[in-house]
Design a protein around this ligand. Structure first.
Ligand code: EPU
Length: 436
């Protein structure tokens, strides 16, 4: 297993481009199951989760047709629409496999998808996905750990659906129901739909494939079902979480980063908090194709702030851990409350090993700023917790050893190399070498 060795205390300086978004690409890939025609996706990040999804699609009869091309361009085409089983072997490696449920059921009238299990960031039920698909007429039962869904007569039918849960809307639940409704008979309205930009990106692809969708990006999405969908060519949106992580990296190292392809429109809550902390974001060019070109610099003194995670357009849970690392070095007490995944605090004890002063009460953490963090061996857990520890390591005095970086590799493409190009000292080594 690989670990990162980080020599902290180096300012990041330079220019970096944001990659396509993993969390947009996964449901976009699943949407390829809705048609027998070729769908080409561009700007796809080269990540373990994406490779797993491509493997899963192949098991469902939808194959990559351009193996020779770069991994950032994926052309996929279904040649065997009879396959409908997403096996536990793959699903257990990646919860987002649940994205294939809606498209498979809608196109094939039948889907068998292994039920995703627990996850490091807490309980992650799929009841809302199932509720939405049932409202579309699906019959669903559990069999040997699999969700078995069928559409009576082979086709789903439009319905009015309330998709809110105890913590608000669901992103992948909305993606599943939205995708499924494109091929249903009649009109579907999803109320309390997720407003995340990744849903807007999915609606853009589906529309290019011939779907009739209104209201994506708002809490009410209306879909007029069509008989069939065709092929399309689509560029994946820029990754707002990667962009936010890079902004934190600039801020925590007192650096100076110019970020290309930065999806600023999707980062309003994040920019608001960075502004309150004392991080400057100058927009150099708003019209940089796809995203903005912006420069991130920070004042030496970071101010403490309150942060509460919320569904979009609120502050994203996927940046909570990274901001916690940053606020460890602010002058005073910050308060961070996690409202989406209330147990998502695996990074707290690890940051504490580096000298952070953190007090957790339920889903709230009080962060008392310290003058400096100290390098230490730490354990990466989930993807965003790993990013948080790397940020802390970039700023800490001495050497930080981040173990189990495979979690990081699921969501950040070659982050070690990209940070090195900006002046960081980050080396990827095998666990055994680091112990030597
Ligand atoms: N929820 C339910 N029932 C459901 C589904 C969700 O109660 O059927 C609850 C969840 O427990 C949570 C809330 O609803 O409290 C929101 O969860 P959501 O369904 O929106 O999460 P998700 O769609 O499974 C995606 C991202 C996550 C991101 C969340 C929230 C992907 C592949 N994953 O998950 O990303 O944290 O939305 O924005 O898009 C990450 O990238 O590190 C990551 C975990």
């Amino acid at each position: 297993m690989d670990v990162f060795l980080i020599e902290g205390g180096r300012r990041l300086d330079g220019r970096i481009r944001v990659n396509g978004a993993k969390n947009a690409a996964l449901p976009l890939l699943a949407a390829c199951l809705l048609t027998d025609e070729r769908v080409t996706l561009r700007e796809v990040p080269d990540l373990a989760d994406i490779r797993n999804m491509v493997r899963l699609l192949a098991e469902l009869g939808c194959h990559r047709t351009n193996e020779a091309e770069a991994p950032s361009v994926l052309s996929l085409r279904t040649d065997d629409p009879a396959l409908s089983h997403a096996r536990y072997d793959i699903v257990r490696t990646m919860r987002a496999s649940i994205c294939v449920l809606g498209p498979t059921l809608a196109r094939r009238g039948l889907a068998r998808v292994s039920m995703p299990g627990g996850c490091l960031i807490g309980d992650r039920p799929v009841d809302l996905h199932l509720r939405g698909l049932r409202a579309l007429g699906a019959q669903i039962e559990l069999d040997s750990g699999d969700i078995v869904a069928s559409a009576p007569g082979g086709r789903l039918r439009g319905a009015r659906i309330f998709l809110g849960g105890p913590n608000g809307s669901t992103v992948l639940g909305t993606a599943n129901v939205l995708s499924a409704a494109t091929l249903a008979k009649g009109t579907t309205t999803i109320e309390c739909a997720a407003c995340e930009p990744e849903i807007v990106d999915l609606a853009r692809l589906l529309t290019a494939m011939g779907a009739r969708i209104r209201g994506a990006g708002s809490p009410r999405i209306t879909i007029d079902g069509v008989e069939s969908l065709g092929g399309a060519d689509h560029a994946v949106m820029a990754d707002r979480i990667e962009a936010g992580t890079l902004m934190c990296a600039a801020a925590i190292t007192n650096g100076d980063l110019t970020i290309e392809n930065c999806p600023l429109d999707s980062l309003m809550a994040v920019v608001d908090r960075l502004d309150a902390i004392g991080v400057d974001i100058d927009v150099l060019d708003e019209s940089d194709a796809g995203g903005a070109l912006c420069r991130v610099t920070s004042q030496r003194m970071l101010r403490p702030v309150e942060i509460t995670t919320q569904p979009f357009p609120g502050f994203p849970t996927d940046l909570q851990a990274q901001f916690m690392a940053l606020l460890c070095l602010a002058e005073g007490n910050s308060i961070i409350t996690e409202k989406i995944f209330t147990e998502r605090f695996m990074h707290v004890p690890e940051l504490a090993r580096m000298g952070a002063r953190l007090l957790r009460q339920g889903s709230t953490v009080v962060v008392s700023g310290v003058r400096s963090l100290v390098g230490a061996p730490v354990m990466a857990s989930d993807l965003r917790a790993s990013a948080s520890l790397i940020l802390a390591g970039l700023a800490a005095r001495g050497t930080t050893v981040v173990n189990r970086v495979y979690h990081l590799d699921r969501g950040y493409e070659r982050l070690d190399e990209r940070l090195r190009a900006l002046g960081a000292s980050v080396t990827r080594v095998d666990e055994k070498e680091s112990a030597a």
